[in-house]
Ligand binder design. Sequence first.
Ligand SMILES: NC(=O)C1=CN([C@@H]2O[C@H](COP(=O)(O)OP(=O)(O)OC[C@H]3O[C@@H](n4cnc5c(N)ncnc54)[C@H](O)[C@@H]3O)[C@@H](O)[C@H]2O)C=CC1
Ligand SMILES: CC(=O)C(=O)O
Ligand SMILES: [K+]
Ligand SMILES: [Mn+2]
Length: 351
Amino acid sequence: MSKHEIAVIPGDGIGNEVVPAALDVLNTVAEVHGGITFEFTNFPWNCDYYLKHGQMMPEDGLNTLQSFEAIFLGAVGDPAKVADHISLWGLLIKIRREFEQVINIRPAKFINGIVSPLTNPNDFDLIVVRENSEGEYSEVGGRIHKGEDQIAIQNAIFTRKGTERAIRYAFELAAKRRGHVTSATKSNGIFHSMPFWDEVFTETSRDYPETRTSSYHIDALAAFFVTKPHIFDVIVASNLFGDILTDIGAAIMGSIGIAPAANINLNGKYPSMFEPVHGSAPDICGRGIANPTGQIWTAKMMLDHLGQQELGQKVLTAMEETILSGIKTPDIGGNASTKEMTEDICRRLKK
Ligand SMILES: NC(=O)C1=CN([C@@H]2O[C@H](COP(=O)(O)OP(=O)(O)OC[C@H]3O[C@@H](n4cnc5c(N)ncnc54)[C@H](O)[C@@H]3O)[C@@H](O)[C@H]2O)C=CC1
Ligand SMILES: CC(=O)C(=O)O
Ligand SMILES: [K+]
Ligand SMILES: [Mn+2]
């Protein structure tokens, strides 16, 4: 019997609806497997916690999390209670940074049974490798002066190490897929960091002569996600570009509620963290209609990471069958609740 100890942070809003759903699925696969168990430890760190304690997590929160094999998170943010930059930097981004989760892997593919907003989705199947530790997501800068003299300065950080690490990861991943890496750049408008990004991409690509490479400016690339997403295999992007591209990736699948993500620690010093692409969706929170499949597909990515690829595949297959059978939440054209969709996935896993 192998036991996986997982830290669970549902967070805010629909995180509290989709995380329990995905835990049901994980418990179901463990039961079906018979040889593994999960021990989930829940941490109620979110914007309500902030209102009570003045911080998003306790002082020793990271220490506590460090002993777990992985972290399973829903979403962070409730702008009605706490400003987004405070809540996200106090929990989600803090964990990504401090635990050196330097890569964010975000797949998107055509799913049978969901109407894509694209007329010709053409069975696209892509993965965005998002640099997750630096780039435009930065605390470096400041604000000075008042009134009409106000100045805000925001510095983006691109290190050789961080840039090359993300690009190399994309090449390694592409070697196991269709052997094509696309770089997201903007060297026509961003004077220093993006020409640097291009140089590192070109240099790194020399170590992978078998791999086909492309490079597009992010504006054109975003448009190609809409007009011809099937041309992509692996896309490597900076933190912000990857963030934006993956909401588009989610949208062309049919809903942001489906898209999964994994924040990967590569050096083995800290746990990795699994959380879907979407946020806390305050507009639908509390109605029991949040799409659980982004969180469930994220659970599949966690299973893969834990070495349980076979179980991961089972989860994805059950999820796809449920969708194909028409048991779908409203965001993907159905009228099922979060609970009904989750129960159907669990039922299929037990068969
Ligand atoms: N990784 C994270 O924890 C993220 C947190 N956020 C935070 O979440 C809050 C809301 O941000 P938004 O920009 O509105 O993005 P959002 O992703 O929460 O919502 C955008 C739209 O997608 C819908 N949606 C999202 N997830 C869904 C699901 N599972 N099922 C059905 N519909 C779904 C929402 O109802 C909304 O209309 C903010 O505080 C924001 O900072 C936003 C993005 C990522
Ligand atoms: C914050 C956010 O939107 C993301 O990291 O995906
Ligand atoms: K999330
Ligand atoms: Mn995002």
